[in-house]
Design a protein around this ligand. Structure first.
Ligand code: ADP
Ligand code: MG
Length: 509
């Protein structure tokens, strides 16, 4: 009887709901519930499987739920079993990173070494414990609650952004002091506990040692450098290529080129800028030794927006390109082999530009050539070409871009209109837009200089100057993390207070 009643009640409820929300809404909600349930089930299954494969983990920890998933791992929230009876607030929480079993053992060892050697200081994640059983490996690390960057990117004010960037650059200065390039600096690897203003740089899965340190451990135990020979390959990068993942793993071998096409790429970007990338002809601005290209006679196709058959047949340049699309600097996009810690500094500049403009992701190009075209749009073709020349590369574009003013861009994207452009009302000579709408960079002014006391889009002018220094297309002149920390935007104990009322800017942008 009660069962029948139960069914009746359920039917009545559904009828009422159908009247209230409509059939489609209910079906949609049901589907959502079902997919959440199946996701929960899948997650529970994964946790169960992990605990079966690694019984010691089960002995020590309660594994609660999945808190993150990257290309190469799943991360779970855990607490100590011995704390099970404690209230939630008194428990110690851990992030349990389960590495995909196909990851190369040398790479896992390298990530672990990075955590052990550098971690636990200066906003760099440390490791508490590593457990392994056959090919199941987990790192147990301190847990930090955090939100997605996209949820707060537009909310940070000048002081919060100053603290955030300071923490990121402190972490990078620390990592770089060990001669290590993180290679995957981006908001999802720099966790920010906004409530408690705590920060953690995580994920050394792609980290690369700059050059062997003098006190290098024996060769067979050393973490793999970028181009170590003789490492048997169980390629993470091949997996990625197959899945079209945006994050590229570091190539551990020096065998055949893995990802690069045999011919230099010529791709028209959505913005109708095309780029041709090739090694420079002999006699170019840079010494051939700097990039490993031997002296070659200048080809007839040099400088043209096309590549002849002979040049197409040249072996493709080879360089590490581990990292995430949108955060790769020109030297990576141009396949310059001698990459340095400047790679991370560029990525931090992308993060800053993102926060200043409240746009995430900041760069959206889908491939390297389109990414170069995006950089040409922002920085201007000439600065990019000059940087490329100094690296022994040539960038040829089908049109000249003068570059965008990040200050104007931020003001536009944040809807700040009180920008004095000097001659309000007249049209820009270049883009022909009214001055208030023009985003053109003023080539007579250096973007890395700033006007004391001027505020743009809610941020001190110095923040934009710092962004320009971090986003220097030339890695050789790009500021280091240590030097960036001395920049006026970051060096002062707190950001200068904004003007009480949004005062008109005294100097034109
Ligand atoms: P992957 O190498 O797969 O990218 P990550 O180490 O970046 O793995 O971790 C993936 C995600 O897991 C992170 O973006 C973050 O959301 C979460 N995560 C990682 N470590 C922690 C931690 N210590 N505390 C809280 N969440 C974490
Ligand atoms: Mg990650």
């Amino acid at each position: 009887m009660s069962r029948i009643r139960g069914i009746e009640v359920k039917v009545q409820k559904e009828v009422l709901q159908t009247r209230k929300y409509g059939l489609n809404e209910i079906l949609k909600k049901k589907n959502e519930d079902q997919s959440t349930n199946s996701k929960d089930d899948a997650e529970k299954h994964q946790i169960k499987e992990l605990l079966q494969k690694l019984p010691r983990l089960d002995k020590i920890f309660d594994v609660h739920r999945k808190i993150g998933e990257g290309t190469f791992s799943s991360v779970y929230l855990g607490s100590l079993r011995q704390h099970a009876s404690l209230p939630e607030t008194e428990k110690r929480w851990f992030a349990i990173k389960h590495l995909v079993p196909t990851a190369h053992p040398a790479r896992i060892e390298h990530e672990l070494r990075c955590l052990q050697d550098m971690g636990g200081k200066d906003h760099v994640i440390g490791v508490e414990l590593c457990l392994r059983n056959l090919d199941t490996i987990v790192f147990i690390m301190p847990y930090i609650p955090h939100k997605k960057f996209s949820e707060y990117v537009g909310e940070m004010d000048a002081e919060e952004l100053r603290q955030y960037m300071r923490a990121l650059l402190i972490a990078l200065r620390h990592v770089h002091s060990f001669g290590v390039i993180h290679r995957d600096v981006k908001p999802s690897n720099f966790l920010y506990d906004r409530e408690n203003r705590r920060y953690l740089l995580v994920d050394f899965g792609l980290a690369q040692r700059l050059c062997p340190a003098p006190e290098e451990p024996p060769a067979e135990r050393a973490p793999p450098p970028a181009h170590s020979n003789g490492v048997r390959k169980r390629t993470r990068e091949e997996e990625e290529l197959a899945s079209g993942a945006k994050r590229m793993a570091l190539d551990l071998s020096t065998g055949r080129p893995v990802a690069s096409p045999a011919t230099p790429a010529v791709v028209a970007s959505p913005r109708r800028v095309s780029a041709v990338m090739r090694e420079p002809a002999a006699g170019g601005a840079s010494p051939p030794a700097a990039h490993g290209a031997g002296a070659r006679p200048r080809c007839a196709c040099a400088g043209a927006a096309a590549v002849c058959a002979a040049c197409s047949a040249r072996p493709a340049p080879r360089a590490p390109r581990a990292g995430t699309q949108g955060f790769r600097p020109p030297e990576v996009l141009l396949k310059y082999p001698q990459q340095t810690t400047a790679v991370d500094v560029w990525a931090s500049g992308v993060v800053l530009a993102s926060a200043l403009t409240a746009r995430y992701p900041f760069f959206r190009a889908g491939d390297d050539v389109a990414a170069l075209a995006e950089l040409a749009d922002l920085l201007g073709t000439q600065p990019l070409q000059q940087a490329a020349e100094s690296l022994g590369r040539r960038v040829v574009t089908s049109s000249v871009r003068r570059g965008l003013c990040l200050r104007k861009l931020a003001a536009r994207l944040r809807g700040t209109t009180s920008i004095s452009t000097g001659s309000r009302g007249s049209a820009c000579m270049r883009c022909r837009l009214p001055q208030e709408q023009c985003l053109c960079r003023d080539e007579t002014k250096k973007a890395d200089e700033f006007v004391e006391g001027r505020w743009v889009a809610g941020f001190p002018d110095s923040a934009f100057a710092l962004a320009a220094s971090l986003l220097d297309p030339n890695p050789r002149s790009r500021v280091s993390a240590a030097a960036a920390l001395l920049h006026p935007f970051l060096a002062s104990p707190s950001a200068p207070a904004p003007p009480a009322a949004p005062a008109p800017h005294t100097a034109p942008l």
